[in-house]
Design a protein around this ligand. Structure first.
Ligand SMILES: [Zn+2]
Length: 130
């Protein structure tokens, strides 16, 4: 269904799910804060499945806002296309803890950035767009 959505000119860089989210946000401005809080809670629950709110590389655990869910195989872009929104992605990972432990890990923002730069993820995704 998502492929039937025709993006506006300024939306061509966005995934179908991001376009759907933007349209929903425009229609439901009063619900945005509730949804944001729900997604934050779900993100923390996914981290709990993965063994806790702590970076697996360096052990950082002071502030959960600096912790990120990282795709071990660097295929996060596939998830962004596969799931309609962040809620459906978190729901899937909460319902399937085995898959979650297989695919995701908790990294702090520093370790995640270092991993991405070592794996050349930014350059790869730029190359794919051309
Ligand atoms: Zn770290």
């Amino acid at each position: 269904m998502t492929s039937m959505i025709r993006p506006k000119k300024r939306e061509y860089h966005m995934t179908p799910s991001a376009i759907i989210s933007r349209k929903w946000n425009q229609r439901n401005p009063d619900k945005i804060e509730v949804v944001k809080q729900r997604n934050k809670n779900m993100r923390l629950l996914v981290m709990d499945i993965l063994g806790g709110r702590v970076c697996v590389t360096c052990g950082y655990d002071e502030n959960t806002r600096a912790l990120q869910l990282d795709h071990i195989d660097d295929k996060g872009h596939e998830d962004r296309y596969h799931f309609t929104n962040i809620w459906s992605m978190y729901s899937f990972y909460l319902k399937n803890p085995e898959i979650t432990r297989e695919k995701l890990q908790v990294l702090c923002a520093n370790c995640n950035t270092i991993k991405q730069s070592e794996n050349n993820i930014y350059q790869m995704s730029r190359r794919e767009q051309k």
